[in-house]
Design a protein around this ligand. Structure first.
Ligand code: KG4
Ligand code: ZN
Length: 355
């Protein structure tokens, strides 16, 4: 079974060809980072327009890289929820057009569930018995949540962020420090050169036992550390006035702040994962991690260490499958195809995770 996957939920236009849900034959991604960088975040309207221009060339690249043609494809999968609606619609329309013209089935896939499936790609040997029930952690620009995962298609959310997503916090931290967009990879790199004990930034714990996350306090604490406590403006309704600027920081101070921010951000994840394991009832057979922030060096090492300590195998995606990609969409769709569960040409897009 060879599936063509399409992903366009945010700012990456992606297509991939995956065989039997396990072997990634191609994984083409056209990133729009250059288009959104000057705005410091994804501009939905710009993203949709870029998807329209890029989707067919990206699909062609995926087919060429996989050395196959559309006639070799058995089904077309598309990430149809959750995401930016204008962006999702481009991928869904492309997938349905292809499915209709080729008389092949279409499968709509949940982007978050696909992020967790990414940790299983390229592994020929996993079995449901060795992986599930798993504890799932999705850490991305739009989502931060913990799941009980009973199978690739059956998961229950145990907790999630009550304000910012962790990736969003990284992006805002980079913006506060004047480091550009997207912030995650830059803050991660600079943190590796810095001293994490230089500043004590708050680790969000929430109520005892809570499996939810909160990142807005950490972001504000970093802002005040960098720019000082603001005073009220003299102008009625004016913006608060800060006494310091990010430009005044030395390179070493920026490295130290990145390291302190990263420590607090990841400490909170590890804390919630420990609580989740305690609350899980049985020992999970594995920990599955996915989403853009699963590329983070400290997160990868701390979660792996946690798994080692508790003798729970940890599966983090290969770097190529951490950020938004279509291999994870085609991979998860294989589970649907194997269960003979397909969608039809009424398939829609949803901004939320519901079907
Ligand atoms: O999964 P993804 O591509 O998109 C969403 O579904 O949201 O994740 C993008 C997020 C961005 O916020 C980016 O800053 C973050 O992942 N990210 C990282 C790293 N690489 C990407 N965050 C921390 N450390 C990294 N190395
Ligand atoms: Zn994503």
């Amino acid at each position: 079974m060879i599936i063509l996957g399409i992903e366009s939920s945010c700012d990456e236009t992606a297509a991939a060809v995956v065989e039997t849900g396990r072997t990634v034959r191609s994984n083409a991604i056209s990133s729009q980072i250059d288009l959104h960088a000057e705005y410091g975040g994804v501009v939905p309207e710009i993203a949709s327009r870029a998807h329209v221009e890029r989707i067919l060339p990206v699909i062609e690249t995926a087919l060429t890289d996989a050395n196959c043609s559309l006639t070799d494809i058995h089904a077309i999968a598309v990430g149809n929820r959750p995401g930016l609606i204008g962006s999702l619609l481009v991928g869904v329309a492309a997938a349905k057009s292809l499915a209709w013209s080729l008389a092949k089935p279409v499968i709509g896939v949940n982007h978050i569930e696909a992020h967790l499936y990414a940790a299983l790609l390229d592994d020929q040997d996993w079995t449901p018995e060795t992986v599930f029930p798993a504890l799932g952690l999705v850490v991305s620009g739009g989502h931060t949540a913990i799941y009980r995962v009973d199978s690739p298609l059956h998961m229950t959310r145990l907790g999630s962020t009550i304000d910012d997503a962790i990736g969003e916090a990284y992006d805002k931290a980079a913006s506060i420090l004047g480091l550009g967009y997207p912030g995650g990879p830059i803050v991660d790199q600079r943190a590796q050169r810095g001293d994490a004990s230089s500043h004590t930034l708050p680790i969000s714990r929430l109520k005892p036992g809570s499996l939810d996350f909160s990142y807005s306090g950490l972001k504000t604490a970093l802002l005040y550390t960098v720019r000082g406590i603001p005073t009220a403006s003299d102008e009625p309704g004016g913006k608060p006035v800060f006494g310091q600027k990010a430009e005044d920081l030395s390179e070493t101070e920026i490295d130290d702040l990145c390291a302190s921010f990263q420590k607090a951000a990841i400490d909170a994840v590890v804390l919630k994962m420990k609580r989740a394991i305690e609350a899980f009832g049985v020992t999970p057979r594995s920990i599955l991690v996915g989403g853009g922030v699963s590329a983070n060096s400290l997160l990868r090492s701390r979660i792996t260490a946690l798994g080692d300590e508790l003798s729970i195998p940890v599966r983090v995606p290969k770097m190529a499958y951490c950020l938004d990609n279509a291999a994870m969409i085609a991979g998860l769709a294989h589970e649907r195809a194997a269960a003979n569960s397909f969608d039809d040409l009424t398939l829609g897009a949803r901004p939320t995770g519901s079907r």
